[in-house]
Design a protein around this ligand. Structure first.
Ligand code: THU
Length: 162
């Protein structure tokens, strides 16, 4: 037996001002769209903004439903819309931002497992890293260079034909 070890690197920023203009703008777009989330059950508003290689920005927010499992996270609303309209788009970056009406969310939001899985498959398909920027209501922001860092050992198999 040999115990293995993996390390994950990410960049931690004290505030948005430390980011490039492009990243600041993407965070602003995520913040803008979270205000329009349909989150009447959880009170947890999430916005996602995708920067495509073409320069286009696509946004989405969480959409809830009284039949709770029918709800969809902001990340997947944005990514599925993007892939529906631009199947060959390369997503360079995704900014994810959250706000709760049940108290101030000071820490960054961490995307759920299902969204990581979806992000991971699109990243793999495009053969280019998708940078992930995470922010809550506090000042701090963390940035991962790739979805791979957020979902090591992701499910993907050639056996299923993908
Ligand atoms: N949610 C997202 O939109 N993205 C995440 O990464 C985590 C959770 C949504 C789903 C639900 O509408 C609400 O936040 C509370 O879980």
């Amino acid at each position: 037996m040999e115990r293995k070890h993996i390390a994950i690197n990410y960049d931690s920023y004290a505030s948005k001002a430390e980011l490039s203009d492009e990243d600041q703008n993407l965070i602003d777009r995520a913040q803008e769209i979270l205000e329009k989330a349909y989150a009447i059950y959880s009170g947890f508003h999430v916005g996602a903004a995708l920067l495509l290689e073409s320069g286009e920005i696509i946004t989405g927010n969480n959409q809830e439903n009284i039949a709770y499992p029918s709800s969809l996270c902001a990340e997947r609303v944005a990514l599925y819309f993007c892939k529906a309209h631009h199947p060959d788009a390369v997503v360079k970056k995704i900014a994810i931002m959250a706000k709760s009406n049940k108290g101030e969310l000071l820490e960054v939001i961490s995307p759920c497992g299902a969204c990581r899985q979806v992000m991971s498959e699109y990243e793999r398909n495009q053969e280019k890293p998708m940078k992930v920027l995470l922010k809550g209501e506090g000042e701090s922001i963390i940035v991962f260079d790739s979805v791979r860092d957020l979902l090591p050992f992701s499910f993907n198999t050639k056996v299923l034909g993908a």
